[in-house]
Write a protein that binds this ligand. Structure first.
Ligand code: SF4
Length: 649
């Protein structure tokens, strides 16, 4: 039987296990990617593991999430990251050079290679035929040290694209259509492999918009085959020799098939406050819009800014609307500036930000209260923009720009008809991505050879090995779809403590209950209870590290998001699955004790544990964990486990 493209790449990198869906496999990692909010902890862990040099083919450290250096803490973190990259042998991308996924795509992403990144949108270069997976920081530290990455073998789903995009429909509408059909949970445990005759009409940047937002489906990754478009893109970024011909075998078998006719897609929009609340734009037309933003790792590159620039030529942004462009890479902004488009956009009333994630996580450009913001980003979880009751819609650059012109949500087809001379812009790539490389520092040109730690950079906390008993007060009972943004918000005032866990942990779950951290500290050994899809969103390992620091020992949830569950194992918190009925019956404040000897049970491979609630009633919770994950839990987390392995090995 033939292989899917995903299976071929995994097979090439397999160090442990078999490619059977649901089974744990270990794979070799060729490249790693870290960003500033997760990177400091990664390098502190790399140091704590006693590692000396990066062992992967390539490691790249980006400074993109919080580039505004409000006070010394953030600047210190950036300096620490530069020193870590220099000391251990990674490429360093300076603050303002752009978003990790876009800079990586332009400079390092390579077909057929594996990439592990401490950011949930790491699958972006799947559009180039790279198998890229997001993971927790500790997994990256271990991979950079030459260790394998372990993941559940995903099911591979064939997304067959037919036809070609027409008129105002865009690549963003392809992934919004996937979200409309499958929801934010529809990709859990899956890789989406795009095939079919529609693929060849999509440029690599269009493909990466789709693979980027596969993360919103909860997918492990998304990937396209390579072809002339891939070769063309690699030529333009100046790395033609990296092309490899990659596709699935003709007789490959997929777990499932989804068919999308590109020619039938129309402009779509995700309504507040979930990326899967997708409707045709004309269903929400007429909503007054106060802010429009083009940017993010999804739609912030040259190819995403240019359509808006063309639409705005000789026009102006509506007077009651602010339009901001945050380029995803400085290179994109530089090329657009040289071509004169930045001046045109400024003349139309657009503001330019530096190349950063920024507003995507509520750092700058926070919308006005009770207002609508249209963004080309990938997420619109409530409060993520920096204001709790936000109304953020997600759409393509074309739909966003149409709203900026009209001052309200409008189907661009209707706006075009009204204006008479507005045409759907062609997607164009620059002849060459020939921006300056001044902000990229290679390991050969490193400026530091020892770590520079400022006063806000602390140590990595460790947890004791798992004892016989786990349990305590239900400190918090939460609903479905709790995101990592709920657990540790990524806003500037909080994120500046990312390297100082003692301080950062004070903000744990503060968006759900501002007394949580105090109550958790007062009641060590406490547990959390949640509904479906607990921990969806980012790869932020602080969302496991901080609860661990506050003494949380177990999370009982109806289901867990993949990366967050791995992070819970990595920090020694026991993730236990419960059914709907049990979830409904447990109340906040209940005392939950695991009746069985958990330490032995975890080591012996037990899958079910009896738990007692207030000594009054019992339920069964399930532990779905591989042998390796059980060993990690027993050791008190991955850091202790890896050290143990090194000593024993
Ligand atoms: Fe940055 Fe937002 Fe992309 Fe995350 S989703 S990498 S915060 S732009």
């Amino acid at each position: 039987m033939g292989q899917t493209l995903t299976e071929k790449i995994l097979d090439d990198h397999l160090v442990e296990g078999e490619l059977t869906p649901g089974e744990e496999i270990g794979i070799e990692i060729d490249q790693t990617l870290t960003q500033d909010t997760t990177g400091t902890m990664v390098w502190l862990q790399f140091e704590a593991l006693g590692l000396e040099d990066v062992q992967t083919e390539l490691a790249a450290q980006y400074c993109d999430h919080q580039t505004y250096q409000f006070d010394f803490k953030n600047t210190d973190d950036h300096r620490f990251l530069r020193s870590a990259a220099g000391t251990f042998g990674a490429h360093f991308s300076r603050p303002g050079n752009g978003i990790c996924h876009n800079v990586h795509k332009e400079n390092f992403a390579a077909p057929g290679k594996t990439l592990l990144g401490s950011d949930s949108h790491t699958p972006t270069p799947g559009g180039l035929g790279q198998l890229a997976i997001g993971a927790g920081g500790l997994d990256i530290a271990v991979a950079m040290g030459g260790g394998a990455y372990y993941v559940e073998m995903p099911e591979v789903v064939n997304v067959r694209l037919e036809g070609e995009l027409e008129g105002w429909a865009s690549a963003k509408d392809v992934i919004l259509e996937m979200l409309r059909r499958l929801s934010v949970k529809g990709g859990v445990g899956k890789v989406f492999e795009y095939t079919g005759p529609g693929v060849e009409s999509l440029t690599v940047p269009e493909r990466t918009t789709i693979t980027n937002m596969g993360t919103e489906l909860g997918a492990t990754s998304s990937i396209f085959p390579t072809d002339e478009q891939t070769q063309d893109y690699l030529d333009r970024v100046g790395r033609p020799e990296e092309f490899v011909d990659l596709s699935a075998d003709e007789d490959a078998e997929y777990a499932d098939e989804i068919v999308i006719d590109l020619g039938e897609l129309e402009p779509l929009i995700a309504c507040p406050s979930m990326p899967d609340k997708v409707v045709p734009v004309d269903e929400v037309a007429g909503e007054r819009v106060e802010q429009v933003m083009i940017g993010s790792c999804t739609n912030g590159s040259y190819e995403d800014i240019l359509p808006g620039a063309k639409m705005l030529k000789d026009r102006e942004v509506a007077k009651h609307t602010e339009m901001i462009i945050a380029p995803a890479s400085k290179q994109s902004a530089e090329i657009l500036a040289r071509q004169g488009w930045v001046a045109e956009l400024m003349a139309a009333g657009v503001n330019f930000s530096e190349a950063t994630c920024g507003a995507c996580i509520g750092i700058g450009h926070v919308p006005a209260s009770d207002s609508v913001s249209l963004r080309t980003f990938n997420r619109n979880f409530e409060g993520r923009s920096g204001i709790e009751d936000d109304n953020v819609y997600l759409c393509s650059p074309q739909v966003a720009t149409a709203a900026a012109i009209a001052g309200e949500i409008v189907d661009p087809r209707d706006l075009a008809e009204e204006l008479g001379d507005l045409e759907a812009p062609e997607i164009e790539l620059p002849e060459k991505y020939d921006g300056s490389k001044a902000d990229l520092i290679s390991p050969d040109n490193a400026i530091d050879d020892e770590l520079i730690k400022g006063p806000n950079i602390g140590d990595v906390p460790l947890k004791d090995p798992l004892g016989d008993t786990v349990g305590g007060e239900t400190i918090l009972k939460m609903d479905d779809n709790i995101t990592t943004d709920h657990i540790i918000p990524a806003t500037a005032d909080i994120l500046k403590y990312r390297s100082n866990i003692e301080k950062l942990s004070e903000f744990t779950l503060s968006r759900v209950d501002d007394s949580f951290a105090t109550r958790a500290k007062e009641s060590p050994g406490g547990v959390l209870v949640a509904g479906e899809n607990y921990g969806q969103g980012s790869s932020r390992e602080h969302a496991a590290l901080c609860p661990m620091y506050l003494g949380i020992e177990a999370v009982f949830a109806q289901s867990f998001a993949r990366i967050h569950k791995a992070n819970l194992f990595n920090f020694g918190i026991v993730p236990l699955a419960i059914d709907e009925e049990t979830y409904a019956k447990i109340e906040q404040g209940d005392d939950i004790e695991i009746v069985d000897d958990i330490g032995d049970g975890v080591r012996d491979g037990d899958e079910e544990f009896t738990c007692s609630v207030n000594g009054e009633w019992e339920f069964t919770a399930e532990l779905d964990a591989s042998e390796r994950e059980r060993d990690i839990l027993a050791a008190g987390g991955k850091l202790s486990w890896t050290k143990q392995q090194a000593t024993e090995g």
